[in-house]
Design a protein around this ligand. Structure first.
Ligand code: ARG
Length: 475
């Protein structure tokens, strides 16, 4: 295909203009195109072009009329894309060239838009803008997930379950306490994303291909117009043109934070899978969030939770792919960088969808209070409380630990659960057990005793639920 064609509005904005006698081989065009995925940057690309054009006019590189034509053309293109009427042309490689070509078709002034700009700073800009928008959406979704966790905990505020270590029953906790652990994790995730947003929120435009421009651009005005400002409204622009066009740290940082979020979601999903199985039977997941088996008529499988767990693999993989992509790149821009976008989009789509569906699913979880109570009634969960009891009698903890170990072994041998032991029986093991020793196994009281900050006691968990409700009400 001849790619040197000129039209009424001047040379078409293709990357291979004057210098090339022929177009790329078909397979090369297919291999190098990015429009099949970077079309998603169209909104950001147009916003960037608008701000760039306005600045070009202010510094005298465009006339008012040219600016007006460019703005009108961009608005038309924007509308066409929104309405699905825009024709993306793969032979124009990417979103930048497609939009610029469509603009230049409408107005000869389009040929001036790329003044002092390269696709290298343009794509860096578009990705930062896109990521910023995504992070705002993700933050709202994370808040929703936190709210769903808090609501499920608050609706079952009296439910106690065994807490586990090594997946062995350990000590009793309120179900709400367990769920609030995830609220804390998500809060740290939010912090990491906010931090990442800060560093992404720097305007690279004006860096050109790698060495800026000899033309008198007003970089700060562009940054201001695109919202690249600090908390006091001062523009934030990149300080090294070579760094600006080759830096993808912000994508790596984002994906690293997303990978950790995905791991948190995966752990939550795993808890839900376990809890919904007959062996635990702590919860039931609403029909709408489970699927059947094609063979076994009785099955109700927690596929949504399983996929939430499974999808963490993609997000972790995307992080590895990005790091591997960057590690050997010489300065500055290299076409390898085009590979960053699918990883960023895939991670963003995956975590956003997973957070949303997990929040929805939590709203459809019912707690089987009877099974929880049954599991929480296991008196061995309070063996540590019995050791603490002895400590209160002045017994050194190591010795108390040993004595209670003896009691537990005996209880198992005799087939007599700890909560059925009389004080006399305890005293046969050690005379420092008092008449009140059996009271240790009153679960209600046991839950009142756990009132250190951060502990799973009733008062503390109520306090934490109230704190989160208040925090989340404001969002
Ligand atoms: N599609 C390219 C990318 O995503 C845009 C930048 C191309 N720049 C270049 N000099 N070939 O990286």
């Amino acid at each position: 295909m001849q790619r040197k064609g000129t039209s009424a509005s001047g040379p078409a904005p293709v990357a291979r203009s004057g210098r090339f006698a022929t177009g790329p081989a078909k397979a090369v065009a297919q291999f190098t195109e990015s429009i099949s995925f970077d079309w998603r940057l169209w909104r950001q690309d147009i916003a960037g072009s608008r701000a760039h054009a306005r600045m070009l006019q202010r510094v005298g590189l465009l006339t008012r009329l040219e600016l007006r034509e460019i703005e009108r053309g961009l608005a038309e293109i924007e509308r066409e894309i929104e309405q699905g009427k825009f024709t993306w042309r793969p032979e124009l490689e990417d979103v930048h060239m497609n939009i610029e070509a469509a603009l230049t078709q409408r107005t000869p002034a389009g040929a001036k838009l790329h003044t002092a700009r390269s696709r290298n700073d343009q794509v860096a800009l578009d990705m930062r803008l896109w990521l910023r928008d995504h992070l705002d959406q993700l933050d709202a979704a994370l808040r929703r997930l936190q709210r769903a966790l808090v609501e499920l905990g608050a609706a079952n505020a009296d439910v106690v379950i065994p807490g586990y270590t090594h997946l062995q029953r350990a000590q009793p906790v309120f179900l709400a306490h367990h769920l609030l652990a995830y609220v804390e994790m998500v809060e740290r995730d939010r912090g990491r994303f906010a931090d990442c947003r800060q560093r992404a929120n720097v305007c690279p435009l004006g860096s050109g291909a790698l060495a800026g421009s000899t033309l008198p651009l007003d970089r700060e005005a562009v940054a201001r117009e695109l919202g690249f400002v600090d908390e006091r409204g001062r523009p934030r622009i990149s300080q090294n043109s070579m760094d600006a066009v080759s830096d993808r740290d912000f994508v790596v940082e984002y994906n690293a934070a997303a990978a950790l979020l995905a791991v948190h979601l995966s752990r939550l999903a795993e808890d839900l899978v376990l809890w919904s199985g007959a062996e635990f039977n702590f919860i039931q997941i609403g029909d709408a969030y489970t699927t059947g088996s094609s063979l076994m008529p009785q099955k109700k499988n927690p596929d949504v939770a399983e996929l939430a767990r499974g999808k963490s693999g993609r997000v972790i993989g995307n992080l590895m792919a990005l790091l591997a992509l960057l590690k050997g790149l010489p300065m500055t821009y290299n076409r390898d960088l085009q590979e960053d976008k699918e990883r960023m989009f895939d991670t963003a789509d995956t975590v956003l969808a997973t957070v949303n569906i997990m929040a929805d699913m939590l709203g459809q979880v019912t707690v089987r209070q009877g099974s929880c109570a049954g599991a929480a009634a296991d008196p061995q969960l309070l063996a540590t409380d019995l050791a603490d009891y002895l400590v209160r009698q002045g017994v050194p903890f190591r010795e108390a630990h040993h004595l209670v170990g003896t009691v537990v072994a005996l209880a198992e041998k005799m087939g007599k659960p700890l909560d059925q032991w009389t004080s006399e029986e305890f005293q046969q093991v050690d005379r420092r057990f008092g008449a009140d020793a059996p009271e240790v196994f009153d679960l209600r009281q046991a839950m009142e005793r756990r009132n250190l900050a951060g502990a799973p006691g009733r008062r503390e968990v109520q306090k934490q639920l109230a704190r989160w409700k208040k925090t989340l009400a404001g969002h």
